[in-house]
Design a protein around this ligand. Structure first.
Ligand code: PSU
Ligand code: MN
Length: 345
């Protein structure tokens, strides 16, 4: 292993080890706009592996009560693997990293005042939502911006945003892709839904300098409900050790770089996934016929809802399965990554 500058402090407790997170700086830059849960605060202080989770999936991606049970189950999967979950959301203009049970409920339950008024918070919405004391679910871009400011290195989601079909006219390209280009952390996803233009999504990720790797045996970049998008990922990591080594390397280059890991839907769900895929195609056609595809941030939630209607809940069940799978793998990798930081400083 590398010889650090902090040999006198001893291995594992050296200067670099203490720098895994940016708790002090994070608190400085956010001031009283940031509220950490006790669990997350403790994890940041004691350098436990942390896995960030988004909340747009709670407020805009899934219906109640599946959104609540999924959010809760993701957190317990992550804890069972020895990592600490940090769900990020906005509540009355405050940025929360780590949510209490009651906060999770308020964001999920469509009858609650907070959930009713919750906005979808991508990066461009952060300032206004804070200034207007709004509540909202953070997208991948919004969550990355917040999580990385605390030095959190691993983030688990379902599907990332990407280049929409027809983007050559609409210019609808998710801020998620550009955030990956400038915010160094590892994002675990099941690829991008085929509501998107996956070849162009991979092109933009390349332009942004994002390392994209498939997880496991296959080279193909996954397409959310189906294991393969028909496009290859430029890289592949076979297991959690290989993923942790790749992410560690990306984060210890002269300037830190982001890694997007595409985890294919577990093979036992691939058959139902292929059926759901047909409804995805139909929803996309309808969105074009009805002009929904030109409505910016409403496009993704509309398509997700429509696929839910068309599949009678089957899509939702798969959605839950694959995010849970991502959480299992992301947490395993987060634990291995924190071992690498401890050993190599
Ligand atoms: N894709 C999904 N499910 C989701 C999202 C995307 O399959 O819930 C959410 C994520 O929060 C993602 C956001 O970051 O939508 C992207 O939205 P937009 O395309 O407006 O940037
Ligand atoms: Mn968009």
């Amino acid at each position: 292993s590398r010889i650090g500058h902090s040999g006198c402090l001893g291995r594992g407790r050296g200067r670099n080890q203490r720098n895994i997170y940016n708790l002090t700086r994070g608190k400085q830059v956010w001031g009283n706009r940031l509220i950490l849960s006790e669990e997350v605060q403790h994890a940041l202080e004691t350098l436990k592996p942390i896995v960030a989770l988004e909340s747009a999936i709670i407020t805009h991606g899934m219906p109640y009560p599946a959104n609540l049970s999924t959010a809760t189950s993701l957190e317990s999967i992550i804890r069972s693997k020895g990592a600490i979950p940090a769900t990020v959301a906005l509540i009355n203009g405050k940025i929360h990293v780590g949510l209490t049970e009651s906060e999770l409920l308020q964001l999920s339950d469509t009858d609650s005042k907070i959930s009713k008024s919750a906005v979808k918070v991508s990066k461009r919405d952060l300032g206004p939502a804070i200034s207007l004391k709004r509540s909202g679910g953070t997208t991948v871009a919004g969550t990355m911006y917040i999580a990385e400011s605390l030095g959190i290195k691993v983030f688990v989601t379902g599907g990332i945003g990407g280049v929409h079909r027809g983007a050559e006219n609409s210019m609808d390209i998710s801020a998620d892709l550009l955030e990956l280009g400038r915010t160094p952390m590892a994002v675990f996803c099941a690829g991008a839904k085929s509501i998107l233009d996956i070849p162009r999504t991979l092109e933009v990720l390349e332009t942004q300098g994002v390392c994209v790797a498939s997880y496991g045996e296959q080279q193909d970049f996954p397409a959310f409900y189906t294991p393969s998008s028909g496009c290859q990922s430029p890289w592949r990591v076979g297991d959690a050790d290989a993923a942790a080594r790749l992410i560690y390397t990306q984060l210890t280059l002269p300037t830190k770089l982001a890694t997007l890991i595409g985890v294919p839907i577990p093979s036992e769900h691939a058959q139902s996934g292929a059926e759901v895929q047909k409804s995805v195609e139909q929803a996309v056609r309808e969105s074009v016929q009805q002009g929904i595809d030109k409505r910016g941030k409403e496009v993704t939630p509309w398509l997700l809802k429509r696929v839910g209607e068309l599949t009678g809940g089957k899509a939702l069940g798969l959605n839950v399965n694959l995010i849970e799978n991502n959480a299992r793998i992301g947490a395993e990798v987060a634990v291995k990554l924190s071992e690498l930081y401890r050993l190599e400083g």
